[in-house]
Design a binder for this molecule. Structure first.
Ligand code: SF4
Length: 286
């Protein structure tokens, strides 16, 4: 059994910087993160060990005076509500999420009706639409028939959506609203694009894929879905201890990748465990 590590995998700079910011703030005083800083249990446990608390973005009460917005971002309205309630608000929003907010705001200011392609209810999407109560979320093609009729649509995407899916949905909106102008700003982030491209390479070369990442991590789920759709055997794990040797009894080439909220050290531990499994499966020569 051979193992191939994806060319791009795991922790992106946005998550890395948000974790570092939380650890810096926690060293200065009590801190509550407004939600899961990242959708990754390993990271959350590490922060909890440093005394960092977790609160709820939509409930302006926290056990500490200092709170922090996660890398997924939040609406300006939400920030103002927290400040108004007397909290110090630190901002861990990834610059690329901020860019998506900026693009949506720009499109609205130019008179376009706001449309966000992404997962309904996801914290990043809630943040993007939070300042535009009329904004319409397109999660899949079935949603488009419900899109209210406007002359001009300004479309952006959640940063972690598969870019081909997003482009397909933009074309579907254009087809469904032939008399309207549809202006699209591609806000899928580069680290997500890199990981998706690296996964495609693995899919072409492997028969089995291991994806490491939180079970509620959207971009990890996208990697799992893409590998499953390609017909490969896929295992989604959060940590090395979950790997079972029996899963790989017929595997010849195993591809290894991870979502953008997964620590490199978690992936390294999985890689080591896979090597041990590979060694144990190699038939002894006479
Ligand atoms: S996945 Fe992209 S947008 Fe999200 S934190 Fe990472 S770099 Fe930023």
């Amino acid at each position: 059994m051979k193992i191939q590590l994806a060319e791009h995998y795991g922790l992106c700079f946005g998550v890395r910087d948000a974790i570092a910011q939380a650890e810096r703030l926690a060293a200065q005083g009590p801190l509550t993160i407004l939600g899961e800083l990242v959708h990754n249990p390993v990271v959350r446990e590490r922060l909890a060990q440093r005394g960092v608390r977790e609160g709820v973005l939509n409930d302006e009460s926290a056990p500490t005076a200092q709170v922090m917005i996660t890398a997924h971002g939040a609406s300006e309205r939400k920030r103002a509500e927290w400040r108004g309630a007397g909290f110090g608000v630190a901002d861990g929003t990834c610059p690329l999420v901020r860019h998506a907010h900026g693009q949506l705001g720009l499109l609205v200011s130019l008179g376009y009706f706001p449309v966000v392609i992404g997962k309904r209810g996801h914290v990043e999407v809630a943040g993007l639409t939070g300042d535009f109560p009329d904004a319409f979320v397109v999660e899949n093609a079935d949603d488009i028939s419900q899109l209210p009729l406007y002359e001009r649509y300004g479309v952006i995407s959640q940063t972690t959506q598969p870019v081909e899916k997003v482009r397909g949905l933009v074309e579907a909106i254009r087809a469904a609203r032939p008399g309207s102008e549809v202006r699209f700003s591609d806000t899928v982030c580069q680290p997500t694009k890199n990981r998706q491209r690296a996964l495609r390479k693995l899919l072409a070369e492997c028969d089995t894929i291991v994806v490491v990442g939180g079970r509620n991590s959207n971009n990890t789920a996208q990697l799992v879905t893409a590998a499953s759709a390609a017909g490969l055997t896929v295992f989604h794990i959060e940590r090395a201890e979950e790997l079972e040797p029996a899963w790989f009894s017929t595997a010849e080439k195993v591809g290894l990748t991870a979502g953008t909220s997964t620590l490199k050290e978690t992936v390294a531990a999985v890689h080591e465990r896979l090597k041990e499994i590979a060694a144990s499966l190699t038939p002894a020569t006479a």
